[in-house]
Design a protein around this ligand. Sequence first.
Ligand SMILES: NC(=O)c1ccc[n+]([C@@H]2O[C@H](COP(=O)([O-])OP(=O)(O)OC[C@H]3O[C@@H](n4cnc5c(N)ncnc54)[C@H](OP(=O)(O)O)[C@@H]3O)[C@@H](O)[C@H]2O)c1
Length: 285
Amino acid sequence: MDSIRTLFSAETEPQQPCLPEELRGLYGGDLRFPEPPIGRPYVFANFVTTLDGVVSFNMAGRSGGVSVSGANEGDRFIMGLLRASADAVVVGAATVGAVSRGGLWTAEFIYPPAKELYTRYRAGLPRKPEHPLIVVVTARGSLDLNRAIFRTPGIRVAIITTDRGREKLVAAGSEQLASTRVHALDAADDRIEPGAILEVLTREYQVRHLLHEGGPTLFGGFLASGFIDELFLTLAPQIAGRVNERPRPGLVEGTAFTPATAPWLSLATAKQAGSHLYLRYRKQT
Ligand SMILES: NC(=O)c1ccc[n+]([C@@H]2O[C@H](COP(=O)([O-])OP(=O)(O)OC[C@H]3O[C@@H](n4cnc5c(N)ncnc54)[C@H](OP(=O)(O)O)[C@@H]3O)[C@@H](O)[C@H]2O)c1
């Protein structure tokens, strides 16, 4: 992997580092997260976009983030590091559908070369089981329960859905899955309130640090509700373009802000490897 260099940091380096030395070397510095706010997890999101803001080529077999990042090693290393830091990873149903059926939201799945480093780092963090809880959000409940996430020992899954979604999942066999629980919540127009999702994750799973891996629809809802505390954004040095007939999603879909309501973020760190940029932003308070 090209070494990741820190170009800018607004952080003050703590006396006691969080990351073990080898991970600090690969990441080009330390990584720490604040304590969660009272009553909900601290939420940090992670995306990769092209220079023109596209997160998916929206082409059969090429819709995932890997085509956007160019399977960039630095991006995959950081994804793994963020997963290793999280109690849970939340994704929307379309993001689940865009990855291969064997896809897992674990640190070593996305970047196997650092598996041992991630495992040792995670083992030293308080209250962390071997892998983060995977949280899938779906109103309709049309999930393929034969995917690896629902069938891999040691992987716990929480599906957050509606009454209608739960009925569909039960009919598809969700109650036979050993480590998957289904939670039905109220939804207006098929949109479950992000606050209600966070409430379940806090109450039922004691989630303190939640990694949000999108997609753009789920992310837009969280952003509009004010629940995105940080955004890790990899900027891949390619330009995807768009045509109206086959839309390509940007970072946010299904939510639009005005100049008066658009959230502004503060740059926390800017890192680089080759021509990829790895940006970390914090919500402005
Ligand atoms: N480049 C990147 O970093 C990155 C990251 C993530 C995703 N992506 C790409 O983004 C594309 C998918 O975009 P997307 O916006 O459709 O993804 P998404 O947000 O993962 O999925 C949308 C679906 O999630 C469910 N959902 C989202 N918010 C909900 C809410 N508040 N309440 C209930 N259900 C909710 C609904 O599922 P149901 O329809 O089942 O009800 C909705 O149709 C894929 O191509 C994926 O690869 C790229």
